[in-house]
Design a protein around this ligand. Structure first.
Ligand code: FAD
Length: 294
């Protein structure tokens, strides 16, 4: 009997990933589990190692592209309460990896803590955002991180201090582990002022999002190459409004791909590959996708 069978209470099989990702497409993942404690997560990881199963983590699914054939192995989502709590104590904030980034930003601002407000409107969970060092023009999440609690894929847990962490542009050295929680050190500020600032940034970000009908999805596609904006480069390469099958480059923001109900994962993959090729040939720029492809 496979070791994973011992986790049948929290295990789902052949789960459609369209409901788990912002692109709203992709085939099923073989197994999905939402562990209820660190101990259960460790056991699950050890069972997968024993059974030789691939393990993936899914946060809010805002930056994941799943192939049409689906994905083998186990996907773990840290959405149970043990992984979504946000605790504020003075200027120290401990956030579970499964907590939404937006909730972290609004709750720290209303507690009179400044630092993260520039990230309002950036989708994702705390775990996904810290691994990618989510950033905007004025802030990157990593600059506020004090320590990170992680599990390695063999089920062992540990705490990484600031000097063990490396953050780069949309990258970190955490992409080889599962982030369980993150401790931030923020700065005291006026809660009312912070909330007003949040509202202003939020309104601007919301305006660049496409209006979606039922079953449609979207995602951000490319990292900004050094000193340049990916949206402007996609436009310059002639791809504003371009379409392959059910995947379309948004008119309002050419760094977003919008997907129709009929869109396949392959449509998205082909559109990205075509833009990368043309950007290289027409304007001499390498565009790197920020989507994780399963
Ligand atoms: C409309 C839109 C706007 C965006 N704007 C920005 C922006 O301004 N700045 C920016 O930086 N990003 C932006 N992004 C990208 C996205 O918001 C970030 O990459 C986000 O942090 C991903 O978080 P997630 O929880 O959705 O991760 P997912 O999409 O679920 O996963 C992405 C990757 O992170 C890994 N991961 C997720 N959780 C964990 C965990 N707990 N431990 C280890 N690995 C984990 C996954 O395995 C996967 O490899 C935008 C995306 C969209 C759709």
């Amino acid at each position: 009997m496979a070791k994973l069978d011992a986790f049948s209470e929290i295990l789902q099989t052949n789960v459609p990933t369209a409901n788990l990702t912002w692109l709203r497409l992709g085939g099923p993942v073989e197994f999905l589990a939402r562990p209820r404690s660190e101990k259960e997560l460790s056991g699950l990881l050890k069972a997968c190692q024993f059974d030789g199963l691939d393990v993936r983590v899914i946060g809010d699914g805002s930056a994941i592209l799943v192939p049409d054939v689906g994905a083998p192995g186990l996907a773990i989502q840290l959405s149970e309460p043990a992984f979504t709590e946000i605790k504020i104590d003075g200027t120290s904030v401990v956030a579970g990896a499964g907590a939404k980034l937006g909730r972290l930003v609004t709750s720290t601002a209303s507690a009179g803590l400044s630092g993260l407000e520039g990230l309002i409107g950036v989708p994702g969970t705390v775990g996904g955002a810290v691994v990618a060092n989510a950033s905007t023009t004025d802030v990157s999440l990593g600059q506020w991180v004090e320590s990170v609690r992680v599990a390695t894929y063999d089920g062992k847990t540990s705490d990484l201090s600031q000097d063990e962490l490396v953050f780069g542009y949309r990258s970190s050295n955490l992409d080889v582990a599962i982030v369980l929680s993150v401790t931030f050190r923020l700065e005291p500020d006026d809660a009312e002022e912070l909330t007003k600032r949040l509202q202003k940034i939020w309104i601007v970000r919301e305006q660049s999002r496409p209006d979606l009908a039922e079953g449609e999805g979207f995602a951000r596609v490319f990292k900004n190459p050094r000193g340049q904006r990916a949206a402007e480069l996609v436009d310059e390469a002639g791809f504003r409004g371009a379409r392959i099958g059910g995947a379309t480059i948004c008119d309002a923001n050419p760094n977003l791909i919008q997907t129709s109900r009929e869109c396949s994962s392959d449509d998205v993959r082909r559109l990205i590959a075509l833009i990368q090729k043309q950007a290289r040939e027409r304007i001499g720029v390498e565009l790197e996708s920020e989507l994780t492809v399963w």
